[in-house]
Design a protein around this ligand. Structure first.
Ligand code: OGA
Ligand code: MN
Length: 438
């Protein structure tokens, strides 16, 4: 076992003589170990730059190791890790790495990366044990130092969850979420707040089983189980399956769902608060999903229009519109019609958590209460033309293992077509229970 009790890791603001000696030794050692083309920039001034935090590891009062972490916009990079030969195997390197990891987290960065030489076997073992995995060249390496690619190995390790806004107020990316490590309450609250701030969250490269998908969704609120049940996952009724896949002529999920601007559950008395769609298989092209910001759309309405729609309700009708949106599905039975009566929702609603007002229309909205049906329909069309303006729209181009959590209370979304005869699309969706719009 390593005895780390005597190890002290200390930040270094300015190099003392002892630290200079250690770095000079690092210089000499690396120059001997590395091929000539890799002996670059080990000088002190390259280390003491404002974006690099440098640390020295002390063992029993002696400076025996050093390492730095360079903080970039979206990742941190380990720099100049070195432990004196005489002190190896004592846990100094691990302690330094843990400190660099903590620095990256404290700076709000989710990814720690490093470059090492292809011949640095011991270093590679250390990093692999420390949870790093090999990755492609990152940052400026690929373009600025192509010669490094032949002699270097690149590693990365997620170190925390970071939120990266995708625009000023619509959409944010959640980076570095690793569900196998769990998600503590503080990190969850950051994600939840980001969801209310940005309306939708994009998770990339998320490894998520149906059980994890359900558990993560549940932290945002109670789940809604979609009906009819036959579109849901056979073992997990909480998961709705969207796919063009069939087995023995039997559909394995709902096909061509969500074409046309809508929010989920808008045709029900209690629409769904949120939906969390996860991509298992995506077509190589097309099949994008469009998202539109209804806070921004409402705000941008002319005052006269805001006054015209204030306090008015639209009639959302499954019965009137089913054949329009699901022409490939059988017509609704009398029983289904009774189960999905028309509902009325305010054209302007206030989000219960953000307190902000948004425009609330959708593809099941047919006409407007208190207006002649033709006038109501024309008003809805006018509002649609405004709401779907490209300045309010984000297009999500799906990659495998993307997940998008969107808020149905303040945004619209729409599926777009893909070549269903040539390609497969398989998505899992969980759904959050909502509240009566007000
Ligand atoms: C949905 C939906 C769109 C898509 O899951 O509610 O509308 O592109 N999906 O799959
Ligand atoms: Mn939908």
């Amino acid at each position: 076992m390593n005895d780390s009790s005597d190890i002290l890791i200390e930040p270094v603001a300015a190099p003392t003589n002892e630290v200079r000696a250690l770095i000079a030794e690092l210089d000499r050692t690396l120059s001997a170990e590395y091929p000539p083309e890799q002996r670059h920039g080990l000088a002190l001034d390259a280390i003491f730059q404002p974006h690099i935090r440098f640390f020295v590891g002390w063992l029993n009062g002696e400076a025996v190791g050093c390492g730095g972490v360079a903080l970039f916009d979206d990742f941190a990079e380990v720099k100049r890790m070195y432990v004196r030969e005489t002190a190896r195997g004592r846990g100094v390197a691990q302690a330094l790495l843990a400190r660099l990891d903590a620095e990256a987290r404290a700076a709000g960065l989710a990814m720690l990366r490093l470059e090492t030489g292809v011949r640095q076997d011991a270093a590679m073992r250390l990093y692999t044990r420390g949870g790093f995995r090999q990755c492609g060249a990152f940052g400026a390496y690929a373009s600025m130092r192509p010669e490094a690619l032949a002699t270097s190995v690149f590693f990365e390790k997620p170190v925390g969850v970071a939120i990266r806004p995708m625009s000023e107020s619509f959409g944010a990316e959640v980076i570095g979420l690793d569900l196998s490590r769990g998600l503590d309450d503080a990190a969850f609250r950051c994600i939840e707040q980001a969801w209310f701030d940005a309306s939708f969250l994009v998770f990339r490269d998320l490894e998520m089983t149906p059980d994890q998908h359900i558990a993560l969704t549940r932290r945002f609120g109670p789940l809604h189980i979609m009906t009819p049940l036959h579109y849901n996952h056979p073992d997990h009724p909480e998961v709705m399956v969207l796919t063009n896949l069939e087995e023995g002529g039997k559909p394995l999920g709902i096909r061509r769902a969500g074409m046309g601007w809508h929010s989920d559950g808008e045709d029900k008395q209690v629409p769904n608060a949120g939906s969390f769609l996860y991509a298992h298989v995506v077509p190589p092209e097309a099949g994008d999903t469009l998202f539109a910001d209804m806070y921004a759309a409402y705000q941008a309405l002319p005052t006269a229009m805001k006054q015209r729609i204030a306090g008015r309700r639209a009639r959302f009708s499954r019965v009137d519109m089913h054949h329009v949106h699901y022409p490939h599905e059988p017509a609704l039975t009398e029983e289904q019609k009774r189960e999905r009566p028309d509902v009325f929702h305010p054209l302007v609603r206030t989000h219960p958590r953000s307190g902000r007002r948004s425009l609330y229309i959708g593809r099941w909205a047919r006409d407007v209460e208190g207006l002649h049906p033709d006038e109501g329909r024309a008003l809805i069309e006018e509002l649609f033309a405004h709401a779907s303006n490209e300045r309010f729209v984000y297009r999500h181009r799906w990659r495998t293992h993307d997940a998008v959590l969107w808020d149905n209370r303040c945004m619209l979304h729409s599926a777009t077509p893909f070549d269903e005869h040539r390609h497969t699309r398989l998505m899992h969706r969980t759904t959050l229970e909502g509240e009566v719009p007000a």
